[in-house]
Structure formats: C-alpha cells, structure tokens
Write a protein that binds this ligand. Structure first.
Ligand SMILES: [Zn+2]
Ligand SMILES: [Zn+2]
Length: 450
C-alpha cells in the first residue's frame, strides 16, 4: 500500500492483465468474474471477462476459475529484527507475508533492542526501505524496554513514523502508566495497542485453564487474566477519551467487554488470530509445542464467540500475531517452549478451510476482516476499483496443500497448522503496485502468457 508511514523497497509498478478471475471485494460490491487491468501499479480498468486486450508492455494471466481479492493487511506481526534475525527478518518476514496474500504488515516493537527510541526506529525504517518486499509499518513501545514504568517519547516516535504504540508480549500492568500514555496520545496521536493479561492471574501458566489443563496437570492461564484487563483498559480509554486497540482476543469474556465498551461509545477496536478462530485447547493434548501461544488456545465456546464477534464486527479484523521461533527453541518439552506460532502463510487458507467451507462464516466477511487491520491505524484500505493502487491477491480456492510439506517461506517453521490439509492457495500477490509473490507452480506451469 502507498502511505508515507509504510516502508519497503522501491519497485516499479507492474503492468499485467488478470483475465476472468472471480473478483470479490465487499467494499466495492464486486462479486463476479472480471478482467482486471493493472497498469504501472494502478488498477486501470475493469471489464467483462474477455473484454480487455492484453497490454503491449505487460503480461496476461489466465485466471478463470480463480478468485481475485483485495490483498490482506496484517496489523500484528513479529519480524524479529533487530536482534533475533535467526528467527526472521524484514526480507523473510515480508516474503512470508507476500506468500500469504498480504500487501502490508505492521511490526511489533518487542525486539532486541526494543523499538523504544527514535534512532532505533529510524534505522529499522532504513532497513525496511532496502529489504521489505511488502510495505511495513512499525509500532513503538509504550514503555522503555517494555518494563512497564517509564513512557517512551511517544510524540517523537510518532513524528519519526510509528503508527502507534504497544508493549506487546507484555501487558501494561500499571493502570497509572496506561492512563498517562493515553494522556500523551491526545497530544501526539497514534493508536495504543494492548496485549492484555494480568500476570497475577497468568502466573506460570502454559495453556488455557480448563478441563484439558486439569487432565494434563498443566498450569493454566484463566480467561479472566485477559478479560479483566480488557475491561479495565476500556474503562481507562473511556475516562481519557483515548483510542485503544485490543490485540489477539481469545475468550468470550473479552468479547463481551469489547462489545460493552463499543456500545458505550468508547473508541476501542479489536483483533483475533486465525489460530484462536479455528483451534481449541483440545489440540494441546498432543503436547506439540507448536500449539503453545500467548494468549493460549481456549475452549470451543470461546472460539465460537470469537467467530461470531468477527461476523458482527465486535472484532474488527484478523491479525496473525505471526511469531517465529527457531526449531531448537520449540523442540523442547511443552512447558519450556516459547509461546508463538507463525501464521502469515496459512492465515487465509486456515480461515477459508475451517470456517468458510463448513459454513461458519461467509467468504466476504473473511475478506473484509482480513483487509481492515490497517485502517484501524489510519492506513488506507486496499480496494479493487479503477484508479486505486494495485493491492490484490489471486487465489485458487480449489487448490489444496499440506501445511509444511513444502517448507515455509518464513525463516521459522513453528506453525500450529502443520500437517493439516488446507484449501485456498495464493497464486499472485500484488503489493503497492508491484508483484511481490508468484506461486512457483504458476511460474513453472507456464500459465502466464504474454
Ligand atoms: Zn501479544
Ligand atoms: Zn504479538
């Protein structure tokens, strides 16, 4: 996407004709086969299938039977740079994003060092300009070193390019500190995003506290650890007329707290991850550390509440919380493994396979919620319409693949969907007008003809 607060390698705009794909964009009311001509990185023309001639200076992609969506935006990824490039970096993380159909991602600041001052953010932006394959936006931390005490220079960080602030990975435990951050937000702008948990309730829990944790004899993280903090911080946002975004909601109680806050007119928004929308703590029985994340996978009642909230809009968007970890870190007993799953390459196929195909959620809602995350931070939303910058992904909904069988584009492999057969393969991603991803099978099959 084109925005002065998104950063990537400068690339020439693509010229290509995507012929006859079923175009689905809930925002422009498009839901029919169309030819879509992209010229110099912009959507130049739409027309009935077969009506647009191949451009002289570009290529034509035969796409009948495939689907063309506005490309996805992920407001919550961990690219692990600076400091942990053995897990991921700007190049591999944004390549994984492009492979998943994303045209923009927002990176979290819990790196080493933490993105808590202007020079670190500036150098990260410079790195993105030379390495990022799709545009990246950055959040800075709320508190110095994520320590929960002293606020960062939020105004300065916002001026340099931070879209907002989060201590993600950790909650802001002190209500006083958050209140002060909300007061600064009034002066400097930017969304405050919150990873909600009360450490006094989470303690040393490693999974959802419920029947499964009791049977396994594992320390649990109760749902109230999250929901009490959501309720508290919604109240603080209301008191200061602040703007907060709740990250990775996992349970029914949090959904209820967000719904109440929205009804009261408080400026809150919320996200949910594909894994919380499709999996439950039942899969933790395998003791597979790929199933360990924070917040943990919860009960099926929680999962269903998240799906319903996504449908109604109480939850505004999907966010992967893409959290790469090295093999040696995850290949330890469940209790000792770090929390997190990668998710960029499987986000759409997981939601399509587990929710759309069984009829739990409409495809249009999934597309809407997978593209709305940037707007919550003030970024433009990808749209398929004449004159718009080209941010689209071409998907074969009939194509199946086994997750992990061909490896991952991400540098890490800790994917909670490993081994599952998912439907919906991304074939091409155009991000900010440039072709950021093209599936190998498509390139090899010669499906692209000039
Ligand atoms: Zn988090
Ligand atoms: Zn996170």
């Amino acid at each position: 996407m084109h925005d002065s607060r998104l950063f990537s390698v400068d690339q020439a705009g693509a010229t290509l004709l995507i012929r006859g794909a079923h175009v689905l964009d809930p925002r422009t009311d498009l839901d029919e086969p169309q030819d879509v001509l992209i010229q110099n990185g912009r959507i130049a023309e739409l027309g009935a299938p077969g009506s647009l001639p191949a451009p002289d200076d570009g290529e034509a992609v035969e796409a009948a039977g495939k689907h063309l969506f506005p490309a996805f935006v992920d407001p919550h990824v961990h690219l692990r740079t600076p400091g942990q490039e053995y897990k991921e970096d700007l190049d591999t993380g944004t390549a994984a994003a492009a492979a998943g159909g994303f045209c923009a991602v927002i990176a979290m600041p819990n790196t080493d060092p933490v993105v808590d001052d202007a020079p670190i953010l500036r150098s990260l932006i410079e790195s993105a300009r030379s390495q990022a394959r799709v545009p990246v936006g950055f959040l800075a931390s709320i508190t110095r070193g994520l320590e929960g005490n002293d606020l960062t220079e939020m105004a300065n960080l916002h001026d340099v390019g931070a879209l907002g602030f989060t201590d993600d990975g950790k909650p802001v435990v002190s209500a006083g500190v958050l209140l002060k951050a909300l007061q600064y937000q009034r002066l400097c702008g930017g969304v405050i995003a919150l990873h909600e948990e009360d450490p006094a309730l989470s303690r040393d829990g490693v999974m959802h506290e419920g029947a499964v944790s009791a049977r396994l004899g594992m320390a649990g993280i109760p749902s109230v650890s999250e929901s009490t903090m959501v309720a508290r911080d919604a109240a603080l946002a209301g008191y200061e007329n602040g703007r907060v975004h709740f990250q990775h909601l996992s349970c029914v109680e949090s959904v209820e707290a967000v719904a109440l806050a929205k009804e009261a007119g408080i400026r809150v928004s919320a996200e949910a991850s594909p894994h919380h929308l499709t999996l439950t703590d039942d899969v933790v029985r395998t003791l597979d550390s790929r199933m360990k994340m924070n917040p943990p996978l919860r009960s099926d009642a929680d999962r269903r509440a998240l799906v319903e909230a996504l449908r109604t809009g109480v939850i505004d968007c999907v966010a992967t919380d893409h959290a790469p970890h090295a093999l040696h870190e995850k290949e330890v007993p469940f209790e000792q493994a770090p929390m997190g799953t990668i998710g960029l390459e499987t986000a759409f196929p997981a939601l399509f396979t587990e929710l759309v195909l069984p009829g739990e959620l409409e495809l249009g809602i999934v597309i809407e919620r997978m593209t709305s995350g940037g707007a919550l931070y003030g970024l433009p939303t990808p749209r398929i319409a004449t004159g718009e910058p080209a941010n689209v992904c071409l998907v074969d909904l009939d194509a199946k693949f086994e997750v992990g069988a061909e490896g991952y584009v991400s540098r890490s492999q800790n994917c909670c969907f490993y081994g599952r057969t998912l439907h919906g393969r991304v074939l091409i991603t155009v991000a900010a007008g440039a072709v950021a991803f093209r599936a190998r099978l498509l390139a090899e099959a010669g499906a692209v003809a000039s």
